[in-house]
Write a protein of this length. Structure first.
Length: 276
């Protein structure tokens, strides 16, 4: 395959200032931050951050428009962390890129396709991550986290549900561990949880419910899904505990392919069947 060559010219201006000529636009002045330089331009680390974010956003823009999703107005915040190595020399430890979509996501399946493809087409980030971890997170315009990848995601993110059945199994694991945050993570932001006459709408109310529940109850038996109806990114399930108790759940596939509950009815009571 033919090699593509791009060039940039740097000219020393004095001290740590350089003029960067891209050959097709107004030259850019760089400088080291104080106290080494005067901070009169972006540092080399900031230029690297901008290159990574620019390439990622351009790739995401392409993927979103391919699936006819809103893309105008993408924003990205980049943080580069540096540490000293065993010789005391500063080295880049990781690059964290937080991308925000311009609007709230409404077409889950199309967004999911775009998010699973775009990074592979980013020349800069895919090259840089061979030597430096590049952690990418994407949220929509409403603040909902849609995707998180990289070392930070692997360390910080809880195990996600790959199927509606996983949600039921993860519920027992997290409840028995007293992990309220993990339980709340099983639900969408505006989900509804019903327990008897009590309705909890939204994650804040759901967290309050589980805070109270786990103070009173410490052991939870694992239930299994006994019926499931799935289609168009939604799944209705009925789970049964070993003692016979039933629950009904409605789950939705998320843009990253995982599942979260939209509606959760605990202790489902079926109406009595008339025999007359």
């Amino acid at each position: 395959m033919a090699e593509i060559l791009q060039t940039v010219t740097l000219s020393h201006l004095g001290n740590y200032k350089f003029l960067i000529d891209f050959g097709m636009s107004v030259p850019l002045q760089s400088d080291e931050p104080q106290p080494i330089g005067q901070g009169l331009g972006p540092s080399p680390e900031q230029l690297l951050a901008a290159s990574i974010a620019n390439c990622l956003c351009a790739s995401l823009f392409f993927a979103l428009t391919k699936y006819r999703q809103p893309a105008e107005g993408l924003k990205a915040n980049v943080a580069i962390s540096t540490v000293r190595n065993e010789r005391g020399r500063l080295r880049i430890k990781a690059v964290d890129v937080d991308i925000v979509l311009p609007v709230e996501v409404t077409h889950q399946e199309q967004i999911a396709r775009a998010l699973t493809q775009f990074e592979d087409f980013c020349t800069v980030s895919e090259s840089v991550k061979r030597g430096i971890p590049v952690n990418v997170s994407i949220a929509d315009g409403a603040g909902t986290l849609l995707s998180q990848r990289g070392e930070q995601a692997e360390k910080a993110a809880p195990v996600s549900a790959a199927s509606p059945e996983d949600l039921v199994h993860l519920f027992a694991e997290r409840a028995n561990a007293g992990d309220v945050e993990g339980l709340v993570d099983l639900y969408e932001t505006e989900a509804t949880l019903a327990a008897g006459e009590r309705l909890s709408r939204g994650r804040t109310a759901i967290q309050q419910f589980y805070d109270s529940l786990l103070e009173r109850k410490r052991e939870f038996t694992r239930a299994d899904v006994v019926q499931k109806l799935e289609g168009s990114g939604l799944a209705v399930t009925i789970a049964q505990a070993p003692g016979g108790g039933l629950s009904l759940e409605v789950a939705r596939r998320q843009p990253d392919g995982t599942w979260r509950w939209v509606i959760d009815q605990l202790k489902l009571k079926l109406p009595a069947v008339r025999t007359d």
